[in-house]
Design a protein around this ligand. Structure first.
Ligand code: PGA
Length: 260
């Protein structure tokens, strides 16, 4: 069976050291029963070192939810790829829609552009981090304009790296499906269509063999109730999971379903 990938995007759902350690040890215990899953945990920046320490030796990878392209010097408030690597991260999530948004809950937010995302992808790659690039349309368009959004996001972030051996995974997360209930998640047939499109676009950017190896994940209201059909009919190898990854019970249930 093909190895599956589950990445838990803790967002700001988990902010306290004790809660982070507790969830990390639950995952550590679950690890022996989920040999078919590559597990990645993405805590917020201040918890990265704690979680990486708690998961040491567990074969569960840790990644940063966001990084910036600057390495060292006069860059107040930025977190460099090298810094997250030093505390134990091996992955960087780049281009999440919550980083691309201009405002969240009416408050001005990071509003990261395609150019910023491209710079972050390059910096993460250069620092030796694996990149999980998030892409996704804000809304579906009956005329199919969402396919051009996806093509633009992929090409702008990846064309400069087309000739490199970048270690990459794509997390396709339609913004309209994020943070809702499983009933609002994407339908498997629509997902499969989009995965074929993403794979074709990757083939144009990389060579066919390299493109075929890039894992494509889905994210957006995944939990144990919809994971099986999305995995078996949606054409993805795994998920980027927000809310359901931050509660021990729902996370274990989801891992069981994905383990098969
Ligand atoms: P969700 O979040 O699973 O809570 O919808 C997914 C994500 O934004 O990565």
């Amino acid at each position: 069976m093909k190895k599956r990938i589950i990445a838990g995007n803790w967002k700001l759902y988990i902010e306290e050291v004790d809660a982070a350690k507790k969830l990390a040890s639950t995952l550590k215990r679950a690890r022996s029963k989920t040999p078919n899953i590559d597990l990645i945990v993405l805590p917020s920046a201040t918890l990265l070192g704690t979680v990486a320490g708690a998961l040491k030796g567990s074969n569960i990878a840790v990644g940063a939810q966001a990084i910036q392209p600057f390495q060292s010097g006069a860059y107040t408030g930025y977190v460099s790829p090298a810094a997250v690597k030093e505390v134990g991260a091996t992955w960087a999530l780049v281009g999440h829609s919550e980083r691309r948004m201009q405002t969240i809950d009416g408050v001005p937010a990071a509003g990261e552009s395609d150019e910023q995302v491209a710079a972050q992808v390059r910096a993460a790659h250069e620092a030796g981090l694996k990149v999980m690039l998030c892409i996704g349309e804000v809304e579906r368009d009956p005329g199919g304009a969402h396919f051009s959004v996806i093509e633009r996001q992929l090409s702008s972030a990846l064309s400069p790296l087309a000739k490199t051996n970048i270690k990459l995974a794509i997390a396709y997360e339609p913004v309209w499906a994020i943070g809702k209930t499983s009933a609002d998640a994407m339908k498997p047939a629509d997902l499969e269509e989009m995965v074929i499109f993403i794979r074709r676009t990757l083939t144009e950017l990389f060579d066919r063999a390299a493109a075929a190896k890039i894992p494509i994940l889905y994210g957006g209201s995944v939990d144990a109730s919809n994971a099986h059909e999305l995995l078996t009919q949606g054409g993805v190898v795994g998920f980027l999971v927000g809310r359901a990854s931050t509660d021990s019970k729902s996370c274990i249930e989801l891992l069981k379903v994905c383990q098969g």
